[in-house]
Design a protein around this ligand. Structure first.
Ligand code: TYD
Length: 135
């Protein structure tokens, strides 16, 4: 699916000492990182996201617990389980995404290519589909 891909990060360490993952802008994170945010304490039945971005690029990393991300590019759907601390999900512009299936202890960390800007959001699913057809 365009604008949506898994990034496998290198994890360093072992079972005894645990693991370390390094994130570097324009290396394993494919953009300048302007913002990092994280969500936690999401109830298992809740769905977050439900929007697309016009320009923003993001990498989602589930650093604790697990969840599922449903992505839609206007044509195809894909469901991605995020259950590894060393896996990132890149989501670029014009991908409708919804997050669900949260564990009690799930922490989702997101690296973003720009500051928070509500103007960049498309929160209306019908509008998203119309915009996809225009491209
Ligand atoms: P939203 O992006 O809708 O969260 P999610 O995609 O996880 O469901 O944001 C939820 C609220 O938080 C909304 O009122 C906007 C605000 N917000 C910020 O103030 N700064 C941020 O960096 C983000 C991502 C959201």
């Amino acid at each position: 699916m365009k604008n949506c891909k898994i990034i496998d990060f290198i994890k360093r360490g072992d079972r005894k000492l645990g693991y370390l993952v390094a994130l570097e802008e324009n290396r394993n994170i494919p953009f300048d990182v302007k913002r990092v945010y994280y969500t936690y304490g999401v109830e298992s039945g809740s769905i977050r996201g439900k929007h697309a971005h016009k320009e923003l690029e993001q990498v989602l990393i589930c650093v604790s617990g697990n969840l599922t991300v449903r992505c839609f590019d206007g044509e195809k759907f894909e469901e991605i389980d995020l259950d590894s601390e060393s896996t990132g999900l890149y989501i670029g512009p014009m991908i409708w995404h919804e997050m669900y299936g949260y564990d009690k202890n799930t922490v989702l960390m997101v690296l973003a290519s720009d500051y928070y800007n509500e103007e960049d959001y498309i929160r209306d699913y019908d509008k998203f589909n119309i915009l996809c057809q225009e491209v």
